[in-house]
Each structure stands twice: as C-alpha cells, then as structure tokens.
Design a protein around this ligand. Structure first.
Ligand SMILES: CC(=O)CC(=O)C(=O)O
Ligand SMILES: [Mg+2]
Length: 230
C-alpha cells in the first residue's frame, strides 16, 4: 500500500484534540477562570471541512461563534512524550477554526454536561492547507487573525498562550496516545463573536496562510415517518 501523505492529514480519520481557555484574554471575555491545567475536549474526524465547502450552522443553535486557532499536526506518535522531545513529534501546522455553538455550550456548562453538541458537530473544524514545520520556525510567535465580512474580529499571537505547544503535547500524551495524523487545536485568543448564514469568514496566519469559508444553514433533517422517510 502506498504511504499516506501527511499533507492530507484531515483524510486520515485521526483524533482532533482541542485545548480550551489557553489565552487569558479569551477566558476573561467569557468570564471563565484562568486554568491551572489544560482544559481538553475532542472533535470527531467528521468535524473537518476544507475551503470550497460551507460551514454548516446547526439547526439547534442561534449563537454560533468562530474561534481562530493554531493547529499542530502530529507526525510521530507517542505516549508520555517528554517536553524536551515534543517538537520532534510535530510534522507541521494548520490554521483552524473551533466553531462553537455558544448557547448550547453555556447550557451544557450550567447542567454539568459535556460540550459535545456545542463543539463536535459536522463541519465544526474548518482547516487550512497543511503548513510544513519549516514554514513556522518559531510556533510561539505566530500571529493569528480572523475577519467576518471583512471586519477584523480576532487578532492574537501564540506568545499569549498559557500552556506552550511542547507542554500541551507532553500533557496530552500522558493519557491519550498521540498518533501520526492527529491534530491539536491550541485555543483561541479574544474576539470571538456570532456568525450567521451567508457570512464570510476569512482567517490567516501572518505571512504564512489565509483561508475563506462561508456559513450555510444546515439543511432540515428528514423526520422518520414523514415525507416517505421510513
Ligand atoms: C470556552 C471555550 O470554548 C474554550 C475554547 O475552545 C478555547 O479555544 O478557548
Ligand atoms: Mg477553542
């Protein structure tokens, strides 16, 4: 069998591990406490969407937020990875959005329920093209931005992260074995806001990559027993 190409990691069906509240300014804007340990959640591979396909707004939310984030693509798997070795496990990066149904997340938080419905729906993880590791020599100084309909909403730098990329790789790998093709979303800076159907989301990593997505309402789901659906 031909070797798989890491530059199409989104086709591999691997894990998407997300870090929340990794920027103090974003934690503050949502009135969350600054974490003393990484806050983690997962998205399934069905969350991936690429440029040219729309972000589907779930029917059950009326407050879908954008969160622009640096994604780290794992090139070499491992368990209990030392911080000092962590960057040897990185194949490259991707610009990512952690699309979040904020109203549903707030409801889940108040009921003590997991964030799955808010964070893991289809197309909740738009990704850019693969960015080889050499294109970002210092991932701790990456400038991220996001515009909605040409209006700047988010602008931040990975230097503001509470937990560094090597720390996160080491921390996660202590209890979730990392595999080649896994993606780690490293959290969002402040400026998250609501998007609607037909909005255009443009995001970039300064001097490295840009990407553009459109929001589209999710088509109504067929109801079993109606319209000939059984
Ligand atoms: C409160 C959140 O939704 C956490 C999150 O995803 C983040 O990037 O921060
Ligand atoms: Mg996020």
């Amino acid at each position: 069998m031909a070797a798989r190409n890491i530059s199409r990691f989104w086709e591999w069906g691997r894990k998407i591990i997300c870090v929340g509240r990794n920027y103090a300014d974003h934690a503050k804007e949502l009135k969350n406490a600054i974490p003393t340990e990484p806050v983690l959640f997962l998205k399934p591979p069905s969350a991936y969407v690429r440029e040219g396909s729309p972000i589907l707004v779930p029917l059950y939310t009326s407050n879908l937020h954008h969160e622009v984030e640096l994604g780290v693509v794992i090139g070499k798997g491992g368990t209990s990875i030392q911080q000092s070795d962590a960057m040897d496990h990185v194949a490259g990066y991707a610009l990512c959005l952690d699309m979040t149904a904020r109203d549903i997340q707030d409801e889940c938080k108040s009921k003590g329920l997991p964030w799955t419905m808010a964070k893991a729906f289809n197309t909740s993880c738009p990704v850019s093209e693969f960015i080889p590791k050499e294109s970002i020599p210092d991932p701790s100084k990456v400038k991220l931005w996001l515009k909605v309909n040409d209006q700047l909403k988010q602008s931040g730098c990975t230097s503001q992260m509470i937990f560094s990329i090597p720390y996160l790789i080491s921390y996660i790998s202590d209890f979730i074995t990392l595999e080649e093709g896994d993606l780690i979303l490293t959290g969002t800076p402040k400026g998250v806001s609501a998007v609607q159907e037909h909005d255009e989301l443009q995001a970039g990593i300064e001097n490295v990559v840009t990407m553009t997505f459109q929001d589209q309402s999710e088509p109504p789901q067929p109801v079993p027993g109606q319209s000939g659906v059984t």
